[in-house]
Design a protein around this ligand. Structure first.
Ligand SMILES: [Zn+2]
Length: 354
């Protein structure tokens, strides 16, 4: 089995905010090139890797998608050399103070190290002094004098998390953007496994853009590729202090399979049976409505595409310290490779919605 840790650490060490994914797309393209027959970018910047199926001239196609975009911030105002920020995607503002960040300064095309700070409690009105502050009260400090900031930084410049990945004891990796670079790592492990596993279907590995803001990548790639089936990989909520019982899942105890109207029941059942057969532990993630992932976009593209969702649990979602069990991510990669290898040419005829 491929060790995904080194590549995953490099994936969560680069920027690539929603709408600006090219730094991470470059890194993924480099890693995928030897594993697939062709790699190219979609018109909106999603990365498509095609690994051709063996045997037939026009085989059916499966698309496996993981979003590569990251949440982050953008400079909204510059006051006395301090940067005010707004969010890109659904950021958890409560943990921003103290975060290490990089300001992507467009005036001089520099990456400036910076921290997110807030005024000391004693200088704030009593009502705000002890509570958490809204994002408009927080400041990004580059350490530069106002004149230098004015020369280098522009309103609209991106600010990304800059903390290094940290390996916790117990097989847990923590860092920013584990949602969803860990899924990109799982997809890469799947491609790696497929090097020694014959498969009949064409496999489109897709790293999508803008899941955190609009599902643009999932919609446009599903439409362009028009695969017979789509499997989406994404993070879900892990159990932890304060988590409820039914929407959170134990970390390190296996992969999640989404079940609900957004998922094709036959694909779900097949994945579940395969996990049982391979003795890969799994849990059920019951989704009463759309899944809030690329699976929603994939399923509702064109005439409707049979879609499934495979997940791994993550603690501290949408913070710079998102944490996940490495073995769960590894299991997702293995399950997908085995699933792809079991796809016969006539599998597509069996996918009916009953
Ligand atoms: Zn995600």
């Amino acid at each position: 089995m491929t060790d995904i840790l080194p590549f995953l650490k490099s994936l969560i060490s680069v920027a690539g905010l929603s709408g600006h994914e090219s730094p991470v797309a470059d890194l993924i393209a480099q890693r995928w090139r030897p594993l697939v027959d062709e790699v190219r970018l979609s018109r909106v910047g999603s990365l498509h890797g095609l690994k051709k199926g063996a045997g037939q001239s026009a085989p059916p196609a499966i698309m496996v998608a993981a979003h590569m975009d990251a949440i982050g911030m953008r400079v909204s105002r510059i006051v006395d050399g301090f940067l005010h920020i707004t969010n890109v995607g659904g950021i958890d503002v409560r943990v921003l103070p103290g975060a290490e960040v990089t300001v992507h300064a467009s005036g001089t095309d520099e990456e400036l190290p910076a921290v997110v700070g807030m005024p000391p409690a004693r200088f704030l009105p009593e009502s705000a002094g002890n509570g958490f502050l809204a994002i408009n009260h927080l400041l990004v400090d580059t350490g530069l004098l106002p004149r230098e900031v004015g020369r280098k930084v522009r309103v609209g410049d991106l600010v990304s998390f800059a903390n290094e990945p940290i390996e916790l004891a117990g097989d847990v990796l923590s860092g920013h953007t584990m949602d969803n670079r860990a899924s990109v790592a799982a997809l890469t492990a799947c491609l790696q496994d497929l090097q020694n596993k014959p498969h009949v279907w064409d496999v489109w590995a897709v790293a999508t853009v803008q899941e955190e803001v609009s599902y643009l990548g999932a919609y446009s790639s599903t439409f362009a590729i028009r695969p017979q089936i789509v499997i989406v990989i994404d993070a879900t909520f892990a159990k932890g202090p304060g988590a409820n019982d039914w929407q959170t899942f134990p970390m390190g105890k296996g992969v999640g399979l989404g079940l609900g109207p957004n998922m094709h029941p036959f694909l779900h059942t097949r994945l579940r049976e395969l996990a049982e057969r391979l003795e890969i532990p799994w849990f059920l993630d019951v989704m009463p409505a759309q899944s809030g992932t690329d699976a929603f976009a994939a399923q509702t593209t064109a005439e409707g595409i049979p879609t499934a969702l495979v997940e791994f649990p993550i603690r501290y979602m949408h913070t710079p310290v998102e944490s996940a069990a490495v073995k769960d991510i590894q299991r997702v990669g293995r399950l997908l490779a085995e699933f792809i290898a079991t796809l016969e040419a006539d599998f597509v005829d069996m996918i009916v919605w009953e």
